[in-house]
Design a protein around this ligand. Structure first.
Ligand SMILES: [Zn+2]
Length: 362
């Protein structure tokens, strides 16, 4: 039989598609591609997540930074994130505006004798106070490209989805917080990942012997073949081992946290991978000298200027590992992601009762 020209083109066959997960078979690609695709899907697709939290009142039993961290992990609707919002580093504003951020408020007080649950459903998206100034200064069509519930907590509009629990409060306790959600990718912080799980399997019969199963008496009895075995031919007992065989069929399962749909995640993941390869090719074509120039140009000139998200893991702000003494918090060097106040001066965490507004990176 003559193979058609498209015989070796990648094939995607979706086996199951639900609101938050997709299961598909990817054929005619190699293991390196499958691995790269998985990494890109997990770490390189932008979403929005709460990145800065200002506490106006917190009389709950949980400390500020505990709540800030929880707020950061709440999935927010990020559909069309690529075009609907810009990175703050690409914006002309100083730290946040409606073009590069979404503002949310949490204002909850318990007034009765029962324990009250503060959940993601209490988070309200509110416009920035100085919105009209931004609209005069900024130019862009980002805001027009947002869907109705862009930046809202996932599941808030859907009674079937249980909300994310933030804290439990009792009578007289209060939580009043201003949050700023920003665009980012999971390479910087896992809270920006659109996926909760990405996995793939290949070669269910282990014909390629990429794995050596540990077993007591019979590996076949102790290692049952997965469902994906139905997709492939069972090897005969007398089959000779093929040294040159390579896997080309991969069984993927992608589960999202609801910030993006699984279709979006797959599509944008492929786009992102394509962009990366295109950049690599471009870099190779440019020649070594030009590449070096480009590289030095693109390096930040002053690594001291800490980014808005304080001490993430990088140079300059004393990332994790270095200076492990807890006393360093006062020195303004900041631990990872919970450095007190973007400005650093607003007193150390939890120390003085007169502290009014301490902002924390979620
Ligand atoms: Zn901005």
């Amino acid at each position: 039989m003559n193979a058609p020209d498209s015989f070796n083109e990648p094939i995607v066959r979706v086996r199951e598609l639900k609101k938050d997960r997709v299961n598909f078979v990817l054929e005619n690609v190699d293991l390196a591609f499958a691995n790269s695709f998985r990494r890109v899907v997990m770490a390189d697709i932008p979403t929005v997540a709460i990145d800065l939290v200002e506490f106006e009142a917190n009389t709950t039993v949980l400390p500020d930074e505990y709540i800030a961290h929880r707020l950061g992990l709440i999935p927010l609707v990020s559909a069309n994130c690529e075009d609907a919002i810009r990175y703050t580093r690409d914006c002309t504003c100083l730290s946040q505006c409606s073009y590069c951020a979404v503002q949310l408020r949490l204002d909850v007080t318990c007034n009765d004798d029962n324990t009250m649950e503060v959940t993601s459903n209490h988070l309200e998206v509110v416009p920035f106070q100085d919105d009209f100034i931004h609209d005069n200064l900024e130019h862009g069509d980002e805001k027009a490209k947002r869907s109705q519930f862009f930046g809202h907590p996932v599941g808030k509009q859907d009674p079937g989805v249980p909300p994310v629990l933030i804290a439990k409060i009792r009578k007289g306790q209060e939580l009043r917080v201003r949050c700023v959600a920003k665009k980012g990718i999971a390479k910087e912080h896992a809270k920006w990942s659109p996926c909760s799980a990405v996995s793939f399997e290949y070669d269910p019969y282990n014909k390629l012997r990429h794995t050596a199963y540990w077993f007591e008496t019979d590996s076949r009895a102790e290692w049952p073949v997965s469902e994906n075995g139905k997709e492939e031919e069972e090897p005969r007992d007398d089959e000779v081992f093929d040294f040159n065989a390579a896997p080309n069929k991969f069984y993927f399962e992608i589960e999202t946290d609801g910030s993006l749909s699984p279709e979006d995640v797959v599509e944008r993941g492929l786009n992102e991978l394509q962009n990366k390869l295109a950049n690599l090719l471009l870099g190779l074509k440019a020649g070594p000298d030009e590449m070096l120039e480009d590289w030095t140009d693109s390096q930040p000139q002053a690594p001291v200027a800490a980014p808005t998200n304080g001490g993430s893991w990088g140079e300059g702000t004393g990332g994790w590992g270095r200076g492990s003494s807890p006393a360093r918090t006062g020195a303004g060097s900041g631990g990872w992601n919970t450095s007190p106040g973007a400005g650093g001066s607003s007193s150390a965490w939890g120390a003085s009762p007169e502290r009014q507004i301490g902002s924390w990176n979620a």
